[in-house]
Design a protein around this ligand. Sequence first.
Ligand SMILES: Cc1ncc(COP(=O)(O)O)c(C=O)c1O
Length: 399
Amino acid sequence: MNPLLGRLQSYPFEKLRQLFADTSPNPAYRHINLGIGEPRHPTPDCIRQAICDNLDGLASYPATLGQESFRQAIAAWLMRRYNIPLPDAATQIVPTMGSREALFSLAQAVLDPAEHGIVVCPNPFYQIYEGAALLGGAEPYFVNADPASNFNCDYDSVPDEIWNRTRLLYLCSPANPTGAVLTLEQWKQLFALSDRYGFVIASDECYSEIYFDDNAPLGGLEAAHRLGRDGYPRLVMLSSLSKRSNAPGMRSGFVAGDAAIMKQFLLYRTYHGSAMSQTIQNASIAAWNDETHVIGNRAKYQAKFAAALPLLQPVMDVAMPDASFYFWADVFRKTGLSDTQFAQRLYAEYNVTVLPGSYLARTAHGINPGDNRIRIALVAEQEECLEAIRRITDFTGRL
Ligand SMILES: Cc1ncc(COP(=O)(O)O)c(C=O)c1O
């Protein structure tokens, strides 16, 4: 067996299952899960209908590169959304089965396993980055998000000897779990580092459409374009319909950016064997071409966050995220409970699940930046979310 498999950590939800293994939730309440980041608003009709209308697509093997019309729909969306020139659908876009497998497979295409390079990751982070680095024969290097500066990672703190060995940098903007969005200034710094040290930037942007005011989060391609970086050298971004269009079960996403990376990524994928069914491709075209459902979806999140924040603020240290559907709250200062204690007791006493922050981060540079924090995913419909928030405030009130 591949010995590197032994280096993979168990997934946060497995750790949660173990934490709750001997806990019986209070039977007076039905379970509400704010732990898992799975969108729960209904999948829009335009997607459901397009799937029904395109069932003939099941009869053929799809191409790894997908249909041209699908890549063109993605290119047109990128142009509209980020105010960039129309990307070249032939060379700058590759469809993927959601962004998760793409985050993983991209690293396998980018990394030279013989080199034992470094993959720089934010901390806390989406666990796939770490697994992708390890199975690609590299070592992850974590840069802690700093709560004192809106959870930005201080990339100036990374030593030269680390950058010299870095082959890939994962970014997540809007970030899971902190919600932080990278600014143009930060992108400028990261592009300068990539130019200097030659590493690839993979920008995970699957939360880009969940935001709370009129300022849509800046994207990586958009930042590159604004800074005059034609052709997006060493930059790729990843997105999907899972969060934007409440369709996590479709497994529809894409990677876009530097054509030289896309070419090698496509070669890797031909063997990796992930090609999207034509039925899903056609439904995805309908989804990327429609903004109405995205606007409605965003309005639901806006209403939930506006109602939940004032209830939570008196009982924990929490602020509006820049974007995403998570609160990333410090519970220790106001309750005296650690993240795992809080999650376990809340589950036992009120049958509400939240995710301990330490499960989403690693101890690096002497601290685990998730310690004493919980991630609250406001994914259920408003009434259910608010019911859970009221139980959380009852719980903290009785501590
Ligand atoms: C930060 C981040 N990236 C990527 C993904 C993968 O999503 P999908 O594969 O559905 O696009 C998730 C899912 O929760 C996520 O939180």
